[in-house]
Design a protein. Structure first.
Length: 265
């Protein structure tokens, strides 16, 4: 079994997530449209592999995560066969999947989710773990957990959602299993904007970001991630200072300063 803990990928499993590269922008496409991109073991294994590839790619500056067809992802594939019945087996599967969302958060590149249609359960959690979200008018973030006798402790959703929309709103949504629709997602800060073609708009936004200094993007993502769990302002100020020192030593910063001075003159 590979180091990831997932079974080796079959040719069919390798097709469940497609990787598309366009210059510095890499798009990861959840690719089970016939099942509305419901996530099974194969998809998580392939997504984990794809995230490792992106992490190792020095030419990738920004990532777009989207779903093929008319949905982002309807969450866990409830029709998929279960390879373990005991609690120990379910725990083992969960630990493998945990690393997928941790990889998504730990990528140095910003990740933009392009959400069309339903983002349900684990699909909601994957979108929430991204750095930005662009949504279609029909987008719906569905926290179905309490309706099926489960908890929202799925792929970090109960960690990320309160930080995105506030503790009170997150509590209402997760207790009542109330979907968040597109306009409300924008109003609450869960989504950046609504676009008729969310994938195209996300790729356009990604290209704009990729034109910026790569180290500046990486340090910004690190600072925003650290701010969510900072223990004190003092510690975070030190981290901000460190990031400033790093960026100040880059060739990109020197070029930007020269260009700024030229414009002023």
């Amino acid at each position: 079994m590979p180091a990831s803990g997932f079974p080796p990928l079959t040719p069919e499993a390798a097709e469940t997530v497609q990787i598309e590269r366009a210059g510095p922008v890499t798009t990861l496409v959840l690719n089970r449209p016939e099942r509305l991109n419901a996530a099974n073991t194969d998809m998580f294994a392939r997504l984990t592999e794809a995230l490792h590839e992106v992490d190792r790619d020095p030419d990738c500056a920004v990532v777009v995560l989207t779903g093929a067809g008319r949905a982002f992802s309807t969450g866990k594939d409830m029709k998929a066969p279960q390879d373990f019945a005991a609690v120990e087996g379910r725990t083992r599967r969960s630990r493998r999947v945990f690393q997928t969302v941790r990889l998504l958060r730990d990528l140095p590149q910003p990740v933009i989710a392009a959400v069309r249609g339903h983002a349900v359960g684990a699909g909601f959690a994957l979108a929430a773990a991204c750095d930005l979200r662009v949504v279609a008018p029909d987008a719906s973030f569905d926290p179905v957990f309490t309706d099926i006798g489960m908890t929202p402790g799925d792929l970090g959703l109960s960690f990320h959602l309160p930080r995105l929309i506030g503790a009170g709103r997150a509590a209402h949504v997760l207790y009542t299993a109330t979907p968040i629709l597109a306009q409300q997602a924008v109003d609450w800060g869960l989504a950046s904007e609504i676009a008729a073609d969310p994938r195209g708009r996300a790729q356009e936004l990604a290209a704009d970001l990729a034109a910026k200094a790569p180290e500046s993007l990486r340090q910004t993502k690190e600072l925003l991630g650290a701010a969510a769990t900072a223990s004190s302002l003092h510690d975070h100020l030190l981290l901000e200072y460190r990031s400033q020192v790093i960026c100040a030593e880059t060739a990109d910063h020197a070029r930007a300063v020269r260009a700024f001075r030229s414009r002023r003159q």
